[in-house]
Design a protein around this ligand. Structure first.
Ligand SMILES: Nc1ncnc2c1ncn2[C@@H]1O[C@H](COP(=O)(O)OP(=O)(O)OP(=O)(O)O)[C@@H](O)[C@H]1O
Ligand SMILES: O=C(O)C1=C[C@@H](O)[C@@H](O)[C@H](O)C1
Ligand SMILES: [Mg+2]
Length: 189
């Protein structure tokens, strides 16, 4: 596989792709499709945390607060980012805590899935996954929260090695186009 990250322990060429970006950008949706296309294993960091902890992300937030969740998230990131020949979808906040983004860049080909706040809102509004940070917010509050937090977080996301704007890929039918664009960006597949 022509990706070019070499594992120093055994000198083998490995592929490890990490997707970052705001909640609702499509990291999970697109990451899964990309992994299938490239015949790589797919790891979603939120799902991995939930499986390892036997608890939902929301439960972890409730029981340990965001601070507790971020500690667990960092530890789990260090587990999945050791795996070889994988696509990893990070959580929306993963790059913004500790030195996570530097670590992601050290371990993987990172891609920021950039998405306009209106599209993020539309995705988050229609999706059914529970995002503790958005709980209890009405439409206006949610739109404001997304716009403000995206501005705060974008400097971290922009540290990724590649940026792909997914705003215009706003249809499930076009997920395959998205995969093609990512492969082109990464010179892979
Ligand atoms: N390109 C797209 N076109 C249409 N719908 C999309 C697209 N990308 C994502 N969606 C939809 O938007 C919702 C959120 O997507 P997804 O869960 O993949 O986002 P995420 O970036 O993984 O978010 P989080 O950081 O919260 O895990 C889902 O319901 C998904 O089906
Ligand atoms: O953007 C965030 O901070 C989050 C995104 C999700 O992926 C989850 O990791 C959690 O809901 C927090
Ligand atoms: Mg996700």
């Amino acid at each position: 596989m022509a990706h070019g990250m070499t594992n120093e322990a055994h000198g083998k060429d490995i592929t490890r792709i990490a997707l970052v970006g705001y909640m609702g950008a499509g990291k999970t949706t697109i990451g899964k499709a990309l992994a299938e296309d490239l015949a790589l294993s797919f790891y979603d960091l939120d799902w991995y945390i939930q499986n390892r902890m036997h608890k939902s992300v929301s439960q972890i937030f409730d029981e340990r607060g965001e601070e507790g969740f971020r500690l667990i998230e960092r530890n789990m990131l260090h587990e999945v980012a050791e795996f070889e020949d994988v696509v990893i979808s990070c959580g929306g906040g993963t790059p913004c805590f500790f030195d996570n983004m530097q670590y992601i860049n050290q371990q993987a080909q990172s891609v920021y899935l950039k998405c306009h706040p209106d599209t993020l809102y539309a995705h988050l509004h229609m999706g059914r996954a529970v995002r503790p940070l958005l709980l209890g917010k009405n439409t206006d509050e949610m739109k404001k929260y997304i716009a403000t937090q995206l501005e705060e977080r974008e400097p971290y996301y922009l540290m990724a090695k590649h940026t792909v704007d997914v705003t215009l890929m706003d249809s499930c039918l076009k997920i395959s186009n998205m995969v093609a664009k990512l492969k082109e960006t990464l010179h892979i597949g």
